[in-house]
Every structure is written in C-alpha cells, then in structure tokens.
Design a protein around this ligand. Structure first.
Ligand code: NAP
Ligand code: GCO
Length: 264
C-alpha cells in the first residue's frame, strides 16, 4: 500500500499562522513533515509559532509577502539553507474583497489577483527548479467554490480562483515529466476568520442570511471546519497521490452536487 506518510519531507504552507493554512500545516507535521510557513508580518509569524508550539509542533516561520518576488526568493533560499529543499508547497495565502464589481476600483481588483493568483505563480516558480533537481515535488493550490461558480460581490476573487484552477492544470502539464504533481483543493464554506463576516449574528439575534443560505446549499446543512481539509491535504502531499495530477479535489460537503434545500 502506497504511503500517506510525510516523514523526512519539508513542507512550505503560505499564509499559515491560522485558518486553513494552519490546519493543513499541523496535519503535515503530524504526518511527519518539517513545517515551514510565512505570514505578512513578524507579529503574525510569532502568533503562528506560538499556535504551532501549543500543538507541540516546532515550525519554521518566515516574514514574507507572497506577492513580492524578491522576498519569496529570499525565503525559499533561507528555507533551503536552514531546513532543506522544499518537497511540498501549499499555496494557501489569500484574500477576498466583497464589493459589487461596478463599485470596485481597478486597484482593489488587482490586489486580489496579486495575492490569489500572481503569488501562487511566484512561489511555485521559486520552488520548482529544486524539485526538478530532486526528482519529485508536490504543489497544492488552495482553490475555491469560486473556481467553478460566481456570486455577487466576489468578481476579483472568482477571477483569481478560476485562474488558479487553470494554473494548477498548467503546472501539472508542464512539470509532470519531472515527477512533480500539482493539484488543487477546493474548499467549500469553512469556518475561518475570512468567512466570519458571513456568519455574524444579526442585531435582532438571527443568523446571518448568508449563513442560512450556505447551510441550505450544503447537503449536511452546515459549514465545514478547517480540520476537514487535513486528510485531503495529506493525501495530495503524499506518495499515495503520485498518480493524481492536475486535479481539483473539492472538499465542499457536496455543495457543487446539490441544487439546494427546497423551501419547506
Ligand atoms: P484567512 O483566515 O484570511 O487566512 C489567510 C492567510 O493568508 C492569513 O494568514 C493572511 O495573513 C495570509 N496572507 C494574506 N495575504 C498575504 C500575503 N500577501 N503574503 C503572505 N500571507 C498573506 O483565510 P482562510 O479562510 O484560512 O483561507 C485560506 C485560503 O483558503 C485562501 O486562499 C482562501 O481564498 C481559501 N479558501 C477559503 C475558504 C473559506 O471558506 N474560508 C473556502 C475556499 C477557499 P494576514 O492575516 O496578514 O492577512
Ligand atoms: C464568499 C466566501 C467564499 C469562500 C470560499 C468558497 O464570500 O463567497 O468568502 O468565497 O471564501 O472561497 O469556496
């Protein structure tokens, strides 16, 4: 049986002080990997290091803005020197701006594209040469329901995540010959700080309309937890998935399969 172990592997998970990235990196440590992560400032990196330490994980944290190619190249070089060549990259760092498109500035649109699409290109480009030299590598891009569907106010995010799906397929196509597998994980609606505004209790004490909407769109009638992405993430980082390439694994509780709960 092929191995789900990550023993001896070096993993970099971007934007992983908390949220989905933190859950994935924690699972990688549990599966035996040495975990590296970055965040945009030292305060967040320190918070992340403390969060990992609380779980008994000795993580390596780096301050790096993933949209800045010089900072990314410097971080990858430092990881290679201090920890080792990166075997597993998870492009997790991401932002969202919920603004009606006709009210969104070009600068706001570009910022989302920069973090959610340009940065995965920059970080993947930084790690691929050493993966080629080493003869293997795993790149996992954190996509979204918005890699497949649109909705009001998330035009930039959907454009970025749709592009990230195709970047995933293109890295698969261009680097599969070097035993590098590039796949995506498409989370559904996960309880993290990024979606907290969509779950806020209303002034009258009722649930946020979007919260009720998403539960009606999910067969299990609930939001998912970051921990529910851990198994799929370990699978895609391990040798057990060496035959899987260019695939977006949707971990959405069935949202993409379901027309939605009929009104009672
Ligand atoms: P989150 O709680 O907002 O965490 C995002 C992380 O990325 C934060 O640590 C953030 O740091 C970091 N980050 C943002 N911009 C960065 C930059 N330029 N350089 C370095 N780090 C940066 O988000 P999340 O919910 O965990 O989502 C993680 C990923 O999953 C994102 O790509 C998101 O699009 C995707 N996703 C989320 C959901 C969901 O329902 N939550 C569903 C599908 C996909 P700061 O705190 O400094 O901004
Ligand atoms: C939104 C949410 C979603 C989730 C996720 C869904 O405003 O619709 O933030 O975009 O973050 O991407 O898969």
């Amino acid at each position: 049986m092929t191995s789900f172990s990550l023993e001896g592997k070096v993993a970099l998970v971007t934007g992983a002080s908390y949220g989905i990235g933190f859950a994935i990196a924690s699972a990688y440590a549990e599966a035996g990997a040495t975990v590296c992560f970055n965040d945009i400032n030292q305060e967040l990196v320190d918070k992340g290091l403390a969060n990992y330490a609380e779980k008994g994980i000795k993580a390596h944290g780096y301050v790096c803005d993933v949209t800045n190619e010089d900072q990314v190249n410097a971080m990858v070089a430092q990881i290679e020197k201090e920890v080792g060549v990166i075997d597993i990259l998870v492009n997790n760092a991401g932002i969202i701006r919920r603004i009606p498109m006709h009210e969104m500035s070009a600068e706001e649109f570009r910022k989302v594209i920069d973090v959610d699409l340009n940065a995965p290109f920059i970080v993947s480009k930084a790690v691929i040469p050493a993966m080629i030299k080493k003869g293997h590598g795993k790149i996992i891009n954190i996509c979204s329901m918005m890699s497949e569907l649109g909705r009001e106010t998330v035009s930039a995010y959907a454009a970025a995540k749709g592009g990230l799906k195709m970047l995933t397929k293109n890295i698969c196509s261009e680097y599969g010959q070097y035993n590098i597998q590039c796949n995506g994980i498409g989370p559904g609606y996960i309880e993290t700080p990024q979606t907290a505004p969509l779950r806020e209790i209303q002034p009258d004490g009722s649930r946020h309309p979007f919260d009720q909407f998403i539960c009606a769109k999910t067969p299990a009638n609930r939001w998912l937890q970051p921990e529910e992405l851990q198994g799929p993430a370990v699978f895609l980082a391990s040798e057990a998935s060496n035959g899987v390439n260019g695939h977006i694994l949707y971990v959405d509780g069935g949202i993409l399969a379901y027309i939605g709960k009929q009104p009672s």
